[in-house]
Design a protein around this ligand. Sequence first.
Ligand code: AMP
Length: 283
Amino acid sequence: MTMKVIKTVAEMREWTLSRKKAGRQVGLVPTMGFLHEGHLSLIRRAKQESDAVVVSIYVNPTQFAPGEDLDRYPRDFKRDQQLCLQEGVDAVFYPDEMYAPDHKTYVVTEELSKILCGVSRPDHFRGVTTIVAKLFNSVQPDTAVFGQKDAQQALIIKRMAADLNFGINIIISPIIRENDGLAVSSRNKYLTPEQRQQAAVLYRSLRAAEQEYEQGNVDPVSIKNKMKEIISEQPLAKIDYIALVNADTLTRPKPGTNDVLAALAVFFDKTRLIDNTILKKRR
Ligand code: AMP
């Protein structure tokens, strides 16, 4: 089996077209590279759902604000290529650049992009929806797989794909975690050993929320306070936000009637980590 590395949009389109002509279903896994177990789980899911899998690797500048980590974002294409080969990926879409110098068009998913992570990263989701729309148009897959790790992103992309009639089946795949519960992320690499150890508190606070909910506490304020208390025990952790929202709409939750998304963002120095869990509707 050979794996193709494709650098241009024109070649990418041709590749997909030839697969589709042969009756194949094409699945896309968009990533920013520096692949880890989380990414690999999406690739495995895409392989189950489609006959030919494309992994895109592109660190998208429009989703980083000035002063964020665009320049130091970890990159290792050789290693990524090897991992994709091992996973049986059919093509890696690895463009050098996705934006023309005179690029002027953005895709915005209103409202959903302004809350939660959108408060501290106001242009972030505009960058995400724009690049994902460009990747959808470049690869033209039947299916695309995203991670629940970025819960707000997943919902926004589902909304965008429906609103703009992409006709692409969007699949959301579960969060992959380290042994101590920390969600696997390329950004974990930035953490000092001490920060890394304390970062396990994100998952502990989410587990506590799950336990509270299971035991019948459906008061979002009291659950959030409990989470805050747990996180505050770690001196290096600085809470950006903790939110309990309707898992489908990201609006005020009606606990007991809908699934509730417990989501949080926590800084360790300049490194911002996000995580979430779904508190299941009571039966
Ligand atoms: P990134 O390369 O960080 O932009 O992530 C690419 C895709 O991988 C996104 O759909 C993420 O939600 C997903 N992803 C990242 N980390 C994880 C994880 N720990 N578990 C599952 N999916 C993940």
